[in-house]
Design a protein around this ligand. Sequence first.
Ligand code: PCA
Length: 209
Amino acid sequence: MVMVVLVTGFEPYGRENYNPSGEIAKLMDGSKIMGEDVVGIVLPVSYARVRGLLEDCISRFKPRVLLSLGLAPRSSFIRVERVALNVMDSGPDNDGFSPVDEPIIPGGPAAYFSTLPIKSIVKRLLESGIPAAVSNSAGTYLCNCVMYLGLHFMGIFNVDGKAGFMHIPYTMEQAAGKVVGDVRGEPPPSMAFNEVLRAVKLALEVSLS
Ligand code: PCA
């Protein structure tokens, strides 16, 4: 039986008018990885709206692997997240909401650990020439929230699959665009889009095998 691999990314937010995580989700939608169907969806950067969307997707597809992606603006490498905390403490989101110290799920566990093979993923990426590391904090914004909700709903719907999150750097074009016109400016760290795409595919392969 063909199972679904769910890849999520985000729309642009705040001062970022481009989000490579959403572009990767769009690009991978409808493709195949190790014989399984990939469904790619772009999530809103909205605490309120992301909840129902994720809940629907997870209950409908019961994914064998759920890999969520988000942009980490100051990172020079792929961050394979270890843990999601039950807190919302960053904003504003795209609806103008800025929560302070609020739980994602009132009464829910303080944290969920990724159920992806995070160390094996990092090892595979490094061996493939892609800078990567385990990260012990996904922040307190939408990325942490989506990772938490993903793991939460996988449990609620008894899905026999793995779920987790990876933060990705700016693309090279995006980093150059931050200082274009300022020849003395220093661009932020970046990674070529195709290398990030290769990293996502490798992470899915490791997770499926
Ligand atoms: N990065 C943000 C939210 C959306 C995204 O791509 C984050 O790290 O929380």
